[in-house]
Design a protein around this ligand. Structure first.
Ligand SMILES: Cc1cc2nc3c(=O)[nH]c(=O)nc-3n(C[C@H](O)[C@H](O)[C@H](O)COP(=O)(O)OP(=O)(O)OC[C@H]3O[C@@H](n4cnc5c(N)ncnc54)[C@H](O)[C@@H]3O)c2cc1C
Length: 350
């Protein structure tokens, strides 16, 4: 969105196949990026089925007494809880009003020939098209589509997974809740777009659970029924309207090489964070905004000299390195706060 002010941009986006409601929190500094893009009004006017203000978090982390954090002292104001598929659809509608080509489709081939990329993709009707490009940005998330095509390697720091379901929410439940337990942690929050519904997720390492058992739709329900204390803290009285929402990879990982010469990776394609941080979407937007500004400043795409190219890549690597370092320090700090389960593989690994 920043780049189309100066370049001819094609956004290729694979249509989302999973339209199940799914909640994530969008931290308040995201306001800054929306302001810079000039789309704050559209975002602030989004309907309640798409996003609701995030009032605060109650966390049982490190001890049995809950700690509360709210938005009142945050200079950026409150964040949101978003219904991700709906939010993404709305954001894509806004993106389409920018002067660039937004194409629903799936990448098939990508080849680097004579300093140009030859790209083949199929559109939403199955028609194939070929285009050329001077520069590629991989923003394909954990799918990381350039990884295989360019034979890159992704470094995984853990094997965190997330198993989720939605249940009926009682009116008074507005806060998100985080609770640690011996083999992982729980998260719950209101689920915008699904009337009176609450998302519940359990995060643990893939090797610490029975792979077959977690595929069973009632897994979360049964686990909670066997952990009454957690169920009470999550304030789940009954399992009305229970809906299993599946398993997602939630590991911390990073691409060994996030760009060179005429391509870069941003967002989750470059590095993915533990959802405990609630920073994934913001980081995707920040890395996109920073990279765009650096590209425009160096303008090595239109004037491809080595000095301009090096200026861009030096600044790009440095900024990505700082984001990764800060994330790793916070990750260590937060997991270190929980000292109650020494000897548990999940906590010892962190
Ligand atoms: C369980 C879980 C909970 C999370 N909770 C939070 C949270 O509360 N708050 C938060 O900030 N973050 C959270 N995250 C992280 C957050 O979802 C990601 O960090 C964020 O969505 C990354 O954005 P992205 O744009 O880089 O990638 P994505 O959001 O994954 O977008 C990638 C895009 O690339 C497209 N694409 C993929 N393959 C192709 C292809 N072959 N051709 C064309 N297009 C393609 C996709 O359609 C998609 O539009 C969570 C993650 C997980 C797994």
């Amino acid at each position: 969105m920043f780049l189309c002010r100066q370049y001819s941009v094609l956004v290729l986006n694979k249509p989302e196949s999973n339209s199940q409601p799914w909640a994530e929190s969008l931290v308040s500094p995201s306001h800054r990026i929306f302001r810079e893009l000039g789309i704050s009004d559209q975002i602030n006017n989004l309907e309640k089925d798409c996003c609701i203000p995030s009032i605060g978090i109650k966390s049982y982390w490190g001890n049995e007494t809950p700690a509360y954090s709210d938005a009142f002292r945050n200079p950026d104001g409150e964040g949101w809880t978003i219904n991700k598929p709906v939010f993404i659809r709305r954001l894509q509608q806004i993106t389409r009003t920018f002067p660039m080509r937004f194409q629903e489709g799936t990448l098939i081939t990508v080849k680097n020939e004579s300093s140009q990329w030859k790209i083949g993709f199929s559109d939403q009707y199955g028609n194939e098209e070929r285009v050329t490009a001077k520069f590629i940005i991989d923003a394909s998330g954990r799918a990381n589509i350039l990884r295989k095509k360019l034979h890159l390697h992704r470094i995984r720091k853990d094997e965190l997974i997330c198993i989720s379901a939605s249940v009926e929410r009682f009116k008074e439940q507005c806060l998100s809740t985080i609770i640690s337990d011996e083999n992982g942690w729980w998260y719950s929050c209101p689920l915008p777009g699904k009337k009176n519904a609450m998302l519940i997720s359990y995060y643990t390492d893939a090797d610490l659970v029975d792979k077959k058992a977690i595929q069973d739709p009632v897994f979360i329900k049964q686990l909670l029924l066997s952990k009454k204390a957690i169920q009470n803290k999550l304030e789940i009285k009954e399992f009305n309207e229970y809906q299993y929402l599946g398993i997602r990879a939630a590991n911390t990982s990073k691409l060994n090489n996030i760009g060179e010469r005429n391509w870069i990776a941003i967002g989750d394609a470059a590095m993915s964070f533990d959802p405990l941080s609630s920073q994934g979407i913001y980081k995707a937007m920040v890395t996109a905004a920073q990279a765009s500004k650096l590209i425009i400043a160096a303008d090595f795409i239109n004037i491809p000299d080595i000095e301009r190219t090096n200026t861009f890549y030096d600044a790009f690597y440095k900024s990505a390195h700082n984001i990764w370092q800060r994330y790793r320090e916070h990750h260590y700090h937060f997991y270190y706060m929980e000292q109650r389960w020494k000897g548990s593989a999940f906590w010892d690994r962190r």
